[in-house]
Design a protein around this ligand. Sequence first.
Ligand code: BGC
Length: 785
Amino acid sequence: MTTMMLRSTVVACSLMCCQPLPAQIPSPAAIRSTAAIPSQLTDANSERKLEALLQKMTLDEKVGQLVQYSAGQTTGPGTGRTDYDDMIRKGEVGALFNITTAHDINAYQRIAVEQSRLHIPLLFGLDVIHGFRTEFPIPLGMASSWDPELIERTARVAAREASASGIRWTFSPMVDIARDARWGRISEGSGEDPYLGAAMARAYVRGYQGARLDATDSIAACAKHYVGYGAAEGGRDYNAVELSERTLRQFYLPPFHAAVDAGAATLMSAFNSLNGVPSSANPFTLKQILRKEWGFQGLVDSDYTAVAELVAHGVANDGPTAARKAFLAGVDMDMVSSLYHENLAQLVRSREVPEMDVDEAVRRVLRVKFALGLFEHPYADETREAAAMLQPESLSLARTAAERSLVLLKNASFSGGAPVLPLSNKARTIALIGPLADDIYDMPGSSSAQGRPEDVITLRMALTQRVGADRVRYAKGSEIIGGSEEQLAEALKTAEQSDVVILALGENAPEMTGEAASRAYLGLPGRQQQLLEKITATGKPAVLLLFSGRPLTLPWAFEHVPAVLAAWFPGVQAGPALVRTIFGETNPSGKLVVSWPRSVGQEPLYYNALSTGRPAVAIDLTHPPRNGDEKYTSRYIDEQNSPQFPFGYGLSYTEYRYGNLQMDKTQLSAKALNDELHGGARTASKAMTISAEITNIGTQAGEETVQLYVRLRGTNIAQPVRALSGFQRIALAPGETRKVTFALGAEAFAFWNEQNRFSVEPARVTLWVSPDSSRGSEAILQITN
Ligand code: BGC
């Protein structure tokens, strides 16, 4: 029900039609605790076949279905095993991953289907994170579009291409909430907000799985990493996590719940421990919440060797114990560690693991295989593989996605004139400087499936095509890490001889972002800061394009460079998207989905934080405390509390005015809201509406993401200073005004209370309809008993 409602909502909000949403996307909290069983995984006919098959299986064959190996390029520690053919023939493997061509996949599949005793097809998976061959922007950039419909379409393209190569399972979406830019995997998710994260999670799942999982161009989604992985202490990958149950439920679980509600066929249990219990051996999250509260019927796969890692965590002293703990906690399939393969049958024989639990896990694996139609169509059509890749409409979507992912952070005037961007055609010569200006390797980001460098159009290529080779003067200036004095000197000379400078600086995608790429320093790597300062000192108008998988702490740049655009890693169409944006053929509309820190010491930094008893409000924090009032507040003595740029922030080439904030009610009853929430009174209409009028007061057409925030005061549990509870992308012509209305239901005012029950309490509610999380005029609503 929720899914259906959401689906129509998002389709209606498509930017293609440039209309505001008729109703807002429901809060993740709206997802009921008894989520509908994804019907795609359970049809009566398949269930009959499944049970018949299960009857024929030996214990070893059952265990085989729960075993998964990487038979291609490894993305973690290897097992040393290469005897896949033999294992498949004996029915000892249920799934393989990291094999990327239809030819190779079919070869393995033939062994399973034609030579194993029961002919059960294998399930082939891969990290198809933001595209397969057509690489879209990294997920952090995709989310910056605030456009779930766009994300759904990119996921559909990814599914079409991956399935053409025989891959029917992607380890995506990554729906981990991330509040710390040190964590390298912040690049792979949708940022710090659970409401936005839930909307994106649903979009990815719908895109991958399509209308029917058994369509040959659909792939099963895998929401990961369940759970809390993004809260790694110190932002260090794989590190331990401490979260109260309430924080877990309020911030970290909603995107997973949304993915489950959207019908995600599978979930991946994470590497991290949560409050001392490794996530891959945690019955509370895997059984109580996932199965009992949410009714998840799909398959739980472990992360890469996460079962074996229970020993390093310190909760098992040997392999058999690790296998037993992971399995009994609710991990159905063991990715790579081989501990189920080696121990599970024996654990059943010694009665440490009930065989009926093994049967249940096998059912979950087989259900996914039936749902995907693998028993009827086990093979990929090799003759159609090549044609599915990089289709013109996929590339055009990649360009649109890249354009919408860009976030304009600063656009000041140069020498008192107009803002530097968009660049005027009058600039005769353009210096293009920086290690990322002509870089085909980094544009696709850190996890790029089958993306190939030769598919990438770089900034240099696109700029040269746009203005002609005679007007573009390129100098690399430095390497991403390293570089020489000669490179720097050449870049300086190039800048001095040009009318404007475009600098393309940032991180190295595979080494500095993504998995196992946490950073303690978040500045520009190598000699790039020096390059930036020297080039800026030439006095030429400069535009800085930042390529990164995270926000970078660059206070100098934000003070001295007139225009800065966060480009993330934009994918194969990086160049065309950037050039069109730089020249104003498209107007930037991306907004930050993470708070952008001023200094690393502010991390973890997130907008939806709690207040303190001594909030530093109405105090100038730009200098050290000068008296007791300034000192004894919650602050740093050497840094401001506020981010460099807040969550939700992003500039445009036009300006928007927000006005005429109106609510249809100023009072609601907690009892009525709780009745609605817990099913006592199912009302079709939402509890209240709030609207504002947004006007484009500039001279260019633009698209604006209008955001709705809520704060509750007076509740028994302190609530965040603001929480996103709705957003709508709208298109506005110059001078046009549009009324944007948000309809709020009980879930917008509910939270996890002292008993960890999701409910509404009497409260004084502040609501903002605003362009980002730090601004906007407020309206007040009372929730009475
Ligand atoms: C990552 C997962 C990924 C898996 C398979 C792990 O190291 O944490 O996100 O899906 O490898 O490649």
